[in-house]
Write a protein that binds this ligand. Structure first.
Ligand code: CA
Length: 436
């Protein structure tokens, strides 16, 4: 029995506006997908593929054996994406790569279509487990170009097989007997086309755990330009300590020749039950963690609109990002709703919600302009233009030119509600008295 630790990151990168990659990380199923197709269709394709695969594996766990399960899950996902692709013009020609790892006992099954990759780091050696279904991979195989040339080849993005393009797809499935210490990496080409294998190998060897390694790999891709969406999933296997039930220990220690059949049978049942319980717990935890990591909502922290990860109950949320959008500038009804936390949604949608709240604040508030040192007439015009109300107070400063604003309150740069007062200290003029 092995214990599994894993981590995953998917990141838009520095150039693309959207992230069309998707990742999946549960107790026994891990995957990356790299979607393609215009108008956000790629995003739909990758998410749809992974959710179809996750659902299929969940429904058939323990019913269909590993290799068949992976094959059927990928074929099913292909059909789901293809069906969507032919459903309307917006989704036409969309598709996605998928590279997954499904673990059953001490075997890892790798399912693969497209040019994302699976690697295995074992005893310090990095091995690529999948072959790219791409034009350049074919050219490399035929000796036409070198792997190095493939990296910068103008047709490097042309893939020959992807999910959703055709009604049927033939996935590659390989199985690997897991050894203690094995580290598997699933990655989209946003990593592998920018970060050479020897760097990947070094990061996986040197980083203490999957989370560190995943972070470091994504950083390397960003440092190398981050020209594409980049996604990694790292799964690491360690031998877990053997679980020996207390009953069995007592039997051995006492050395009493208990009736073999019942004693051992009892212990074995115990072990099976315990193992089953652990598996169920781990699976439940994995699913829970997956939803936790993919569920966001918008709420308030410190008076500011804040993006939370998790669920808005039972303290099951973490601050993902605190914005500088102050809720006091939201219209009352909206402010109250945000204070009570908005409904959970995907990260992308939560970010859109934040954008619209920012626009709402923008509409209802103004940044106080700098009018100190300006003449009163000009200052008034500027403040009215910004939707604010100048409130002058005349002060006597014989040494300063009359009619000049010497102090304003609030200070320049502060954000205040539309229509707020801005108090101005204006130097009393020698000229005819001004009505203020
Ligand atoms: Ca890509």
């Amino acid at each position: 029995m092995y214990s599994v630790t894993s981590a995953s990151i998917t990141e838009t990168g520095k150039v693309r506006e959207m992230n069309e990659d998707a990742v999946l990380e549960t107790g026994s199923l891990f995957a990356v997908a790299d979607g393609m197709g215009g108008h956000q269709a790629g995003e739909v394709a990758s998410a749809l593929a992974l959710s179809a695969i996750g659902q299929y594996v969940e429904d058939n766990l323990g019913i269909i054996p590993g290799e068949k399960l992976v094959e059927k899950a990928v074929s099913g996902a292909n059909a789901a994406v293809h069906q969507k692709a032919v459903s309307g013009a917006r989704f036409r020609d969309m598709g996605t790569t998928v590279t997954l790892l499904y673990r059953e006992g001490d075997t890892a099954y790798i399912g693969h279509v497209g040019d994302s990759r699976a690697y295995l780091l074992r005893n310090g050696d990095l091995r690529q487990l999948t072959g790219d279904h791409s034009l350049v991979a074919g050219l490399v195989e035929e000796g036409e170009i070198t792997p190095e040339e493939a990296r910068s080849h103008p047709q490097r993005n042309v893939i020959l097989r992807a999910l959703g393009l055709e009604p049927r797809v033939e996935p590659d499935v390989v199985s690997v007997k897991i050894k203690p210490g094995d580290v598997f990496l699933l990655a989209t080409d946003g990593l592998t086309s920018l970060v050479p294998d020897d760097v990947i190998s070094r990061v996986l060897t040197e980083c203490p755990g999957p989370a560190d390694a995943a972070g470091r790999l994504v950083e390397s891709a960003l440092e190398a330009g981050g020209i594409d969406n980049v996604s990694v999933v790292i799964v690491s296997f360690a031998e877990s300590p053997t679980v020996v039930p207390v009953g069995a220990l007592a039997v051995e220690a006492a050395g009493e020749p208990l009736p073999e059949a019942t004693g051992r049978g009892h212990a074995r049942r115990w072990l099976v039950l315990l193992a089953l319980l652990l598996v169920l717990l781990a699976a439940g935890f994995g699913v829970g963690l997956y939803f936790f990591n993919h569920t966001f909502f918008v709420g308030v922290k410190g008076g500011k609109v804040t993006l939370f990860k998790g669920f808005p109950f039972w303290d099951m949320a973490m601050v993902e990002r605190q914005t500088d959008i102050e809720i006091k500038f939201l219209p009352d009804a909206l402010r109250i709703r945000v204070e009570e936390n908005l409904e959970t949604e995907s990260r992308r949608n939560a970010e859109k919600t934040i954008e619209s709240l920012a626009m709402e604040v923008e509409k209802n508030s103004s940044i106080v302009p700098d009018v100190e040192g300006k003449g009163y007439d000009e200052a008034t015009e500027i403040l009215l233009g910004a939707g604010l109300r100048p409130v002058p107070e005349l002060v006597s400063r014989p040494e300063i030119e009359p009619d000049v604003v010497i102090i304003q309150d609030p200070a320049p740069g502060a954000r205040v509600g539309k229509g707020s007062d801005v108090r101005l200290k204006v130097v009393l003029g020698g000229t005819p008295a001004r009505e203020v």
